[in-house]
Every structure is written in structure tokens, then in C-alpha cells.
Design a protein around this ligand. Structure first.
Ligand code: NAP
Length: 244
């Protein structure tokens, strides 16, 4: 069987780690990107290797175009005959503040990570997917990008823009057999949500609990599989019934 390569941005922790583990369990060679937490990234890598999966680390900051291109070029140097056919744009940060108090850097860091990260990474990998007429792109958006959440004008704007870009790109590349979809999680148990008061928030969620990273990973796994070939330009919510 042909080895397929999947790059997961922000694969060191949280949702990204669960996605890496799931894709590796399905036979993908997983390229685990992270920004700075090498210890967490190594834990993801070790878990995959211990389960007889295939993976490697690839450090870069998704908000830095030069770093992305250098890292992918160095990967390609080592894998001359291969190409990355699956991209999961998962890396993201929260820098919440009320708009009136929001600092320039809180606005730009969140937009640069989520939106520019998607743009630079996807554009760089798209050429190979187009020439091979095969590709799967999954963008991790958020309930916040659909509904808008107070205190998150930066994050909501970045995720809403990501959803718009998903729909536009899906139409551009559909004829090349590349699908582009977004997943919009509600509240999932990761480092990103550890400061949230779970007991009061749980009461607002019809299913009565936060989601697990593995539940999001299962959905992503479906969207990168052959079975999902006719789904593109979609935004799939996974939020325990917390509709907008
Ligand atoms: P997390 O636990 O905070 O993990 C964030 C991951 O992103 C880490 O692997 C981190 O790498 C990486 N990262 C951050 N900035 C990066 C950059 N500039 N370049 C490369 N990697 C970077 O977050 P999470 O909860 O798993 O969130 C993952 C995605 O899901 C995000 O896009 C988030 O917005 C979205 N999401 C999460 C929830 C939720 O409830 N958790 C809900 C909706 C959407 P390091 O380890 O090196 O720092």
C-alpha cells in the first residue's frame, strides 16, 4: 500500500495530539508540528512509535512564512519521492480580552496564528496536492467563529475568516480531487480550556460535559478518509448540542 503523509500543525498537545495518534493508528505517516513545547511533542511522537506507528517532529511557527517554507523544504529534502497529501490546520491560540481593552498584539497574534498560519501552510502544500490530484485539508475552526463569543473578537474573527477561506478554497480545488472542510468544536478538554469554570459551563451544554480530544480526532479522521470524498466546503460542528 502507498504510504500517505499527514501534517498536523500544533500536534504536540490537545486536539492536535489526539489527531496525530488517530491518523497514525490508521496507517498515516504523521508529521507532528509544534511551536516550542518539544517535551509535549516528543510525548506524541513516543506514543505513536510505541504503538508501532510512523511519525516525526517538524518544528515551525505557523505564523512565520519563512519558517514554514524552510521546514517543509527540509522535510522534502529527506523525502524526495513523497508528498504530503493530508493537512490538518489545527495550531491555534486564545488571547481573550474585551475589545475596548484589546492590545494590538492580542489581535495580531491570534489572527497571524490561525488565519495566516492556514494561508502560508496550505498554499505551500497545495502545489503537490494539485499535481497529484489528491488531497485532504481539514481546518480546525470553532463555535466562536460561527456564533461569535464576547471577549473573543480576535479569535471569533480569525475562526470566521478560516471558515470563509475553507468554503472558497473547496470550490477552487474540488476538480483536482482535493477536499477542504472545517471542524467547529465547542468546548473540548485541553490546555486551551483549562481556565474555564467547567461546572457552570457544563450546564449550558445539552450533553452535559466538555468534549474529548479523541472525539474531534475521530471526526477529522473521517474527513481525511476515502469515505468522505463527496464532502467538501462543509463546516461540521462538534459541540454536544451547544447550537448557535
Ligand atoms: P492547546 O491545547 O492550547 O494546543 C495548542 C497547540 O497549537 C499546541 O500544539 C501548540 O504548540 C500549537 N501552536 C500554538 N501556536 C502555534 C504556532 N504559532 N505554530 C505552531 N504551533 C502552534 O489547544 P487545543 O485546545 O488543542 O486547540 C487546538 C485547535 O482547536 C486550535 O485551533 C483551537 O483554536 C481549536 N479549538 C479548540 C477548542 C477547545 O475547546 N479546546 C474549541 C474550539 C476550537 P506548542 O505545544 O509548541 O505550544
Amino acid at each position: 500500500m502507498v504510504q500517505r503523509y499527514a501534517l498536523v500543525t500544533g500536534g504536540s498537545r490537545g486536539l492536535g495530539r489526539a489527531i496525530c495518534l488517530k491518523l497514525a493508528s490508521q496507517g498515516f505517516y504523521v508529521i507532528i508540528n509544534y511551536k516550542s513545547n518539544i517535551e509535549a511533542a516528543n510525548q506524541t511522537l513516543d506514543t505513536i512509535i510505541n504503538n508501532k506507528g510512523k511519525a516525526e517532529l517538524l518544528q515551525f511557527d505557523v505564523s512565520n512564512k519563512k519558517e514554514i517554507e524552510q521546514a517543509i523544504d527540509s522535510w522534502q529534502e529527506k523525502h524526495k519521492e513523497e508528498y504530503i497529501s493530508v493537512l490538518v490546520n489545527n495550531a491555534g491560540i486564545r488571547q481573550d480580552n474585551l475589545m475596548i481593552f484589546m492590545q494590538d498584539t492580542q489581535w495580531s497574534d491570534v489572527i497571524n496564528t490561525t488565519l495566516n498560519g492556514f494561508f502560508y501552510t496550505t498554499r505551500y502544500l497545495l502545489k503537490d496536492m494539485i499535481s497529484h490530484r489528491c488531497g485532504r485539508i481539514v481546518n480546525i475552526a470553532s463555535l466562536s467563529g460561527i456564533k461569535g463569543l464576547p471577549g473573543q473578537t480576535n479569535y471569533s474573527a480569525a475562526k470566521a475568516a478560516l471558515i470563509g477561506a475553507t468554503k472558497a478554497l473547496a470550490q477552487e480545488v474540488a476538480v483536482r480531487k482535493i477536499t477542504v472542510n472545517a471542524v467547529a468544536p465547542g468546548f473540548i478538554e485541553t490546555d486551551m480550556t483549562k481556565d474555564i469554570d467547567k461546572d457552570s459551563m457544563k450546564k449550558m451544554i445539552p450533553i452535559g460535559r466538555f468534549g474529548k480530544p479523541e472525539e474531534v480526532a475521530n471526526l477529522v479522521n473521517f474527513l481525511v478518509s476515502e469515505e468522505s470524498a463527496y464532502i467538501t466546503g462543509e463546516v461540521i460542528s462538534i459541540n454536544g448540542g451547544l447550537y448557535t
